[in-house]
Design a protein around this ligand. Sequence first.
Ligand code: GLC
Length: 562
Amino acid sequence: MTLEPAPADTRTAPWWADAVIYQVYPRSFADADGDGMGDLPGITARLDHLARLGVDALWLSPFYLSPQHDAGYDVADYRQVDPRFGTLADFDALREKADALGIRTIVDLVPNHTSSEHVWFQQALASAPGSPERDRYLFRDGRGPDGAEPPNNWTSVFGGPGWTRVPDGQWYLHLFDVTQPDLNWHNREVVAEFDDVLRFWLDRGVAGFRVDVAHGLVKHPDLPDWDGHTAMVEGTTRADGADPIEEHVPAPMFDQDGVHEIYRHWNEVLAEYDGDRMMVAEAWVEPAPRLAKYVRPDEMQQAFNFEFLIEGWDAAGMARAVENVMSANEAVGAPTTWVLSNHDVVRHASRFGLADPTHRPPGIGPDDEQPDAGVGLRRARAATLAMLALPGSAYLYQGEELGLPEATQLPAEVRQDPTFVRSGGAELGRDGCRVPLPWQAGAPAYGFSPTGASWLPQPAAFADHAVDVQEGVPGSTLELYRQLTALRRQLRLGTGTMAWADVHAPDEGVLAFTTEGVLVVLNASGRSFELPAGAELLLASVPDAVDGGALAPDTAVWLRLP
Ligand code: GLC
C-alpha cells in the first residue's frame, strides 16, 4: 500500500509540513544565573547546539509567570515572563537569535486552565456565586444535603477529586491540580482574552503555538457523572472495561465537538499574520480519525500523533500506528507528525529497555524494574532513525539527542510533579524525564548551571552523556542525530510519500518502508535479518548494525535502493 500524506510538494508546502521541531523544557535546558532552574538567557547562550543539531524550530514549554505548581503549566499571567526564567527582553533576544540561526520559535499556550493565582481566579473567589467573575470558570453548586457533595464524580487527571469547594459552598472544576481551575470556554471574555494572548505572541514574532490539553476546553454541557479515569501517562480507562477505540464515545470532559469551533476561530487569527504560523494540538484523542478532525484545513496545522509513541518498541504496533494516522490525516489533507518522547512520558531510551518494551509506566522509581540502558538506547536510536524518515514533521525532546535515560533513582523527597502527591505516590510522575541536561562531564551540574545547583539531582550516568563527551565522536548518539537531520534534509525525507517495502514483515518484527528512493528497515525481531542484496548503506543506527549483509537485532538502517 502507498500512504500519501498531503501536501507532498516541498516547494509549495508550508515550512512545518516536514519540520524537525525540538522541545526545550526551560526549567532543565541551561541555567545562566546559577539558581538551579534553567532560564531564557541559558537557552539563548546554547542555541548553537540546536543549530548544529539541524532542527527547523524549537518549542518552548511554558516560561510565563507562574507559581510552578505544575512546572509552569499553571499560568498566572500569559503575557509576562516568570522572573525565574527572565524577562520579555530575554524572550525577544532568544527569538531573534534563533531566527538569525534559521530556527523558528514556537511557544506553549495553556488555554484549558489558569493558575489559581491568575487575577481572574482571585476575582472569582472574591465574587458571589452567579457573578460574571465566576462565570469565567466552571463553578457549580454541590449535590446532596447542603451541597456538600461535588457536582459530579469526575477525578483529576493527576489523581484525587476533580472539584474543590470554596468557603461560600460552591465548587470549581479542575481537571488537573487544585491550583489549575478550568476555564469556561462558553464565556465571551475568555474567548476574547485568548485572541489577545495569541496576538501578543504573534506580534512578538513566534512561529506558532503548541496548544496544551487541546481536547479539554469544552466539557459536555450536562457535566454528567463518568466512571472512568484519565491518567497523565496511561490514558483513559472506562470503569466498565469498554474499549474507547471501539466505541468512539469520548469521556464527557474531553474531545467534545465544541472544541473545533475554537480552533476554527484561531485559524482565522493566525491567518492575519504572514509566514505560515502554526498550531500543534496536544490532544490525547482516540481513534485516529477523531484526532484528524483537529487538523482539518480550517483548524490547526498539526496534532501530536501519540499513537506511534504509545505502541512502543513493537514493529507490528508501529506499523499499525503509521497506517492509522497517515490514512486518517490523508482523509483531511494534513501531513502527520511523529514523536517518541516529551516532558510527560518516560524517555524512550528507557521505555524500550524494559522487559516489556511496549510498557509505559507512569514514572520509574528505585523500587521498580530498572530498564536495561544499553538495550534501551540501542532500540531508541533505531526507532528515531525510522521516525526521521517517515513523511511528515518530527518532534524531538531535549536530551534524546544525547541518548539520555530516564532518571530512575529519584528519591520521593525531591519529586515535584503534582501527580506524585495527588496520587498518594501511586504514580511516580514525570520528574524522571525532566532532569537538567548534561553539557560538560567535568563541570558542576555537568555544565547545566555555573554554581552546580540543579532543581532535580542529575544521575551520575549523565556524565557519560554530556555534550562535550559526544562532540565529534563517531558513533555517539549526538553525532548520529546530527547526521540524521542533515541527511534527512539532503534526501528530502519527511516530504513525499511512503510505501511498505517488499521485506516489510511487521508480524515477524521487521518494519520496512520506502520513501524518496530510500529503503528504511528496522529490526525489532530479536534475530538478525537478511537485507536485500545490492543496496547501499546510507546510515545505520549503530556502527555495527550491518554485518555480512544482515541487520543486527535492535537496529535500523537507511539504504539507497539499487
Ligand atoms: C499537558 C502538559 C502537562 C501538564 C498538563 C496540564 O498535558 O503537557 O505537562 O501537566 O497538560 O497543563
